[in-house]
Design a binder for this molecule. Sequence first.
Ligand SMILES: NC(=O)c1ccc[n+]([C@@H]2O[C@H](COP(=O)([O-])OP(=O)(O)OC[C@H]3O[C@@H](n4cnc5c(N)ncnc54)[C@H](O)[C@@H]3O)[C@@H](O)[C@H]2O)c1
Length: 377
Amino acid sequence: MKRIFEFGDSLGPDKVVHIYDHHSGLKAILVVDNVACGPAMGGVRMAPDVTTEEVFRLARAMTFKNAVANLPYGGGKAAILANPKVPAAKKETLMRAFGVAIKEITSYIPGPDMGTDEACMAWVQEETGRAIGLPSAVGGIPLDEIGVTGYGLSVVADVASEFCSIDLSTAKFVVQGAGSVGLHTASFLAARGALLIGVTDSQGTLFNPDGIDIDQLTELKRQGKSVLDYADGGKLSRDAVIDIPCDIWIPAARPDVIDADNVNRLKTKLVIQGANIPFTAKAEQICHDRNILVIPDFIANVGGVICGAVEYGGGTKEIAFQTIEEKIRKNTTLMLENVASTGKLPRQIAIEIAEQRIRRATAYRSKRHGPGLQLIA
Ligand SMILES: NC(=O)c1ccc[n+]([C@@H]2O[C@H](COP(=O)([O-])OP(=O)(O)OC[C@H]3O[C@@H](n4cnc5c(N)ncnc54)[C@H](O)[C@@H]3O)[C@@H](O)[C@H]2O)c1
């Protein structure tokens, strides 16, 4: 318990709530980190082993992500301590119990995260009246289907390529992770003329210097096959994706895939982070020293959360794409101009932009605070 009180700093958390419901068996943690810019928006993760400290760190990441995207929302995160593969009826019971428990905590707007999906959000929304990432049948925008996060990464590529002398219409790129983010990013980049020459999934790497057909690859993945089942091209080990020379390298799989030990194998000019924290801090510093431009996750992969904000405001998918284009173009340009004039790390500049926006909003907020820790049983 003592550690919970050690998280606090000048930004938050605003609330740490531990939930236990005897009837449903629900055990959950909610951290509302900062609400200066608006109610805290962030996902509900379902996993058996998440700690309060992790939920706090994820909530803080949402505070920065929402602020840097200039959304009228703060940051929060929740975790339901359960196996995400529980039978559907049990999952519904847990999600609804969670909804009932957080109904009065109106400073938190839940969304999907690892282990929860749009059906989970529909159940929570029915109990609370608020949630993002809903099924389209109840007013949601199907963000993974239309690829908003990948679209955002392609806008980043368009802006950042000018800062590192890449011609996007002839650029060669490599994607680590042939999932929702990776494949949609590949299609949107191909639509701008760039050529996909390497792609990996958990089975291995596909490499073809003449280019890989993204529609064919997407169809293979839809059928549950691996990138290694693609007919043309070389088949390499999973980690060989790091060694492929290219103009743009896109991590879109797992955290911490590039660290101080393997970062020097990268032969690229630009990295656009689709996954969350795919590089360690040391690896980002080494890239900076080697003149490889790294666009940090919370600048590059905000398409999903912007789409959620548009959905929450009753907007359409067309408005979502337009808002993503406008916000990501503006924020990436602002960050890169600051990087060019100060020589600081892109991530450091992005954090400074987020903190400045939060502090400006804080100036308009009352200094009165509610209890920071609640136990609901
Ligand atoms: N979906 C979104 O809108 C969104 C938004 C922001 C951030 N993210 C982050 O982006 C990442 C990818 O998300 P997604 O929705 O595309 O997931 P996904 O599950 O659809 O795809 C992940 C892909 O990575 C591959 N993979 C897994 N481990 C690997 C490894 N060690 N090496 C290479 N490939 C590996 C998998 O085979 C799969 O092809 C995650 O870190 C997620 O948190 C996603």
